[in-house]
Structure formats: C-alpha cells, structure tokens
Design a protein around this ligand. Structure first.
Ligand SMILES: C[S@@+](CC[C@H](N)C(=O)[O-])C[C@H]1O[C@@H](n2cnc3c(N)ncnc32)[C@H](O)[C@@H]1O
Length: 215
C-alpha cells in the first residue's frame, strides 16, 4: 500500500537534469496529446492541469500555443520543482506550480475559474476518491462553457484492450486502490457534476482523450 499523504510520483524511472525531470512516457505521448489538445483549447484559454508530473505536457502545450496560460500542479514536491524549472523555458506562460491533491477536502477553494481542466494519467494511479474529487470540484472550477479533458486508459467491458486489462492487474498489485477505471463510472461522476456531454478521441496504445462539457 502507498502512504495516503505521499502518493507515488510515477511508475517509471525519470531522468534528471538539475530540477528538470524527464519522463519516458511523456516523451512518447506528449506530441500526440498536444496535437489533439491544441485543436480543443479556445483562443487565450486558461488551463489548470492536475497531476502535471514532470511538467513536460505543460511545456509542450505552451510551446504549441503561445496564447494560453497554463497552471500546473502536483502533490509531489520534486514534480512541482521540475514544473517550475521547465516554466523558465516558456517565459511566463506556465505559472508557479500549485500543491494540489484532489483527494483532499476543499482543494479547490480559493482557486479562480478556468476555461479548461486537463488531467493525464492520474485517475488510475490514485484512489478512486482522486477522480471523485476532481469531478466534484470541476463543477465550480470550470467556466460555464469550459471543459474537462482527461487522458489515459479506460475499461469498456468486453471491448477493453488486453493491454489495459493487464495494466489494471499490475496497478492493483501495487496498490489495491488503483486500477484502470471503467469509462461508464468516469462518465457517471462527471455527469453528476454537470458535465453531461463526453466526446472521445482514440489515442495510440489504447489510450483515450475524454472531453467533458456541460450540454
Ligand atoms: C503517472 S504520473 C502522470 C504525470 C503526467 N500527468 C503525465 O501524464 O506524464 C501520475 C501523477 O499523479 C500525481 N497524483 C497522484 N495522486 C494524485 C492526487 N490525488 N491528486 C493529484 N495528483 C496526484 C502524482 O504525483 C504523479 O505526478
């Protein structure tokens, strides 16, 4: 079991250059994610990223879209230091990282509203309460015409890819509270938070981008 107060940083070895961390998985998927996300974000969007990890998705997006402002966050101090180090490469577009753990009560109080909340590869590597906390707070944090964008693997009953079933078993062996989430459960908690519309983009390696909006 993992310590609730100290969630693990990642399931991979990250290279380090000063405070800057490099994630092998982010290196593999950051361009394809940025390509899709670039088409979704409205001009001048303010984005809150939950679980920014090394900060490489934030960096890639700020380089792709000079009109946006990106608020990274993570409960892990080394990850926040990495995000702040990468931020110096994009001249004010990436704000100082926030210490956000979505399992904490009231994590969203005192935050402004955002056009978009983006969260990649978190809800399966955290207790289900992390997904719930994200959905519930999104109701307040996301502007009326805004969106929540999730990236990761999902289970879809009989249609679930074998690699995602294997990943689910491996995650649960590390921490029984983790696991690849059922798409229907994720849709349900966001619908309860007012995000009734869910558009999906199929991504490489059996991942998906989910775009939640109010209908
Ligand atoms: C696998 S990494 C993904 C990092 C990055 N989003 C990416 O896709 O490369 C999972 C991240 O989730 C963060 N995390 C774990 N539990 C969390 C929680 N309850 N709230 C917010 N972030 C959490 C970890 O600190 C870690 O940075």
């Amino acid at each position: 079991m993992t310590d609730k107060r100290n969630p693990p940083i990642a399931l991979e070895d990250r290279a380090q250059d000063g405070a800057k961390l490099r994630s092998p998985s982010a290196e593999r998927n950051r361009r394809v994610i940025a390509e899709q996300l670039s088409t979704l974000l409205p001009h001048g969007a303010s984005v809150l990223e939950i679980a920014s990890g090394t900060g490489e998705h934030a960096l890639t997006m700020c380089r792709a879209r000079h009109d946006i402002t990106w608020q990274p966050s993570d409960p892990n101090p080394a990850s926040r230091a990495s995000q702040n180090a990468w931020a110096s490469d994009v001249d004010g577009q990436m704000l100082p990282s926030l210490d956000i753990d979505t399992t904490q009560v009231d994590w969203a109080v005192r935050l402004p509203q955002y056009d978009v909340i983006f969260c990649a590869n978190m809800i399966h590597i955290a207790p289900w309460e992390a997904a719930l906390g994200l959905a519930v707070a999104s109701a307040e944090l996301v502007k009326t015409d805004g969106m929540v964008v999730l990236y990761g693997p999902f289970k879809e009953g009989q249609d679930t890819a074998q690699s995602n079933l294997d990943f689910d078993i491996s995650l649960k062996s590390r921490d029984p509270r983790w696991g690849v989430r059922n798409l229907s459960d994720v849709k349900h908690i966001f619908a309860k938070a007012g995000f009734n519309r869910c558009d999906r983009i199929v991504m490489p390696k059996n991942n998906q981008i989910l775009v939640f909006q109010r209908s």
